[in-house]
Design a protein around this ligand. Structure first.
Ligand code: KIV
Ligand code: ZN
Length: 390
């Protein structure tokens, strides 16, 4: 991968193993992290943020081993703005074919108050730490944490310092999910227009989902000129989570007509990794979650099932096969109609005439009123009980 900005290409930076793992209760074992990193590398993720090496011995080992095993992806570790964190991070990523250090500091007034630094003191610290990281690796990413609540003039000033010190990616985190799509686009656009040297670096967007706008904000940032989206599988992440990888990637694929940017993701690998991340993190995916939810390609109502049986485009805007599913599912329930029942009977090997279907349909509806979902075995039992009665 290159660090030169490319107008049509959006880098996918996955932080499931760092920001995702920071969700309370989502801790993964060493082997699980290696497995997820391999799947991310395999599906075409450009940059994997593999962990926060200073956080624990376990994190350090996981980042080091992921770095050693990486094949295509850049391997990145997170470090706060101090030499100890940065040295530890450099040590962890050093064996990657393409190592990156991601260093950050909170730049908004609220966050500057925590280490009790003046604007000038913080600016100096940014200069020193980015320079230090840049002396250890070629590829340095810098983030002003809480960027979307940082004063405009100060944000421009510190970004310019980080670029001059050698950062080649500037990430703009919406740390608390506060921004709105029009602001997100405008912020990136104005930064690129205003900050000296901005044309020579990649701007990244890193959104949290506190108001449910992370995907929209990330795509808006790309429209504003960002060329790296930071995201996680299933939107795993602190509080309401991060931007979901599967959502931004599929949105860019399905609506390429109005969002003409490409990613390098093999979307057919999405469902498998989604299920693995759900299993290893213990965070189940909600049924109606976009792209990877159990119901994302399922249709129960009679009108929808009838439409789907005639033409899949009536109620689906993307092919289930494109995200790694074998096909659409038409679960039978009390809203289902005769067409879906006949279709299911055909799949189960039963040919029925119109009269038999009429009788079965009445009994099916009685059953469906009692059950949430009618399964194949229920249909077989209905058929058999009908045959016994004859
Ligand atoms: O949300 C955030 O600000 C972060 C930074 C560490 C980039 O995760
Ligand atoms: Zn974050």
């Amino acid at each position: 991968m290159t660090t030169a900005p490319d107008k049509d290409r959006v880098w996918i930076f996955d932080t499931t193993l760092r920001d995702g793992e920071q969700s309370p209760g989502a801790t993964m074992t060493h082997d699980e992290k290696l497995e997820i990193a391999e799947l991310l590398d395999d599906m075409g993720v450009d940059i994997i943020e593999a962990g926060f090496p200073i956080a624990s011995e376990g994190d350090f080992k996981a980042v080091s081993e992921i770095a050693e095993r990486s094949r295509n992806s850049v391997i990145c570790g997170l470090a706060r703005a101090n030499f100890k964190d940065i040295d530890r991070c450099a040590e962890a990523v050093k064996n990657a074919a393409q190592p990156r250090i991601h260093t950050f500091i909170g730049t908004s007034e609220l966050h500057r108050a925590i280490p009790n630094l003046t604007k000038d003191e913080m600016a100096e610290k940014i200069h020193e730490t980015v320079t230090h990281a840049r002396n250890l690796v070629d590829n340095v990413q810098w983030s002003p944490m809480d960027a979307t609540r940082t004063e405009w003039d100060y944000l421009c000033r510190v970004i310019e310092i980080a670029i001059k010190a050698g950062a080649s990616t500037i990430n703009i985190p919406d740390t608390v999910g506060y921004t709105a799509p029009m602001e997100s686009a405008d912020l990136i656009k104005r930064l690129i227009e205003t900050v000296p040297g901005a044309d020579d670096v990649i701007f990244a967007t890193h959104c949290h989902n506190d108001l449910g706008m992370a995907t929209a904000n990330s795509l808006a940032a790309v429209a504003g000129g960002a060329r790296q989206i930071e995201c996680t599988i299933n939107g795993l992440g602190e509080r309401a989570g991060n931007t979901a990888l599967e959502e931004v990637v599929m949105a860019l694929k399905v609506r390429n007509d109005i969002m003409p940017w490409k990613t390098g993701i093999d979307t057919r690998k999405i469902m498998h990794i989604s299920r693995r991340v759900a299993t290893v993190s213990g965070f189940n995916v909600q049924f109606n979650k976009a792209i990877v939810g159990k119901n994302a390609f399922a249709h129960e109502s009679g009108i929808h099932q009838d439409g789907m049986l005639k033409n899949k485009e009536t109620f689906e805007i993307m092919r289930p096969e494109d995200v790694g599913l074998s096909g659409t599912s038409l679960p039978l329930g009390k809203h289902s109609g005769r067409a879906a029942l006949r279709d299911k009977l055909g799949q189960l090997g039963f040919e029925v005439g119109d009269n038999q279907l009429k009788d079965l349909f009445v009994r099916f509806k009685e059953l469906a009123d009692r059950k949430k979902e009618v399964f194949d075995d229920d249909i077989i039992a209905l058929m058999r009980s009908g045959e016994d009665a004859e």
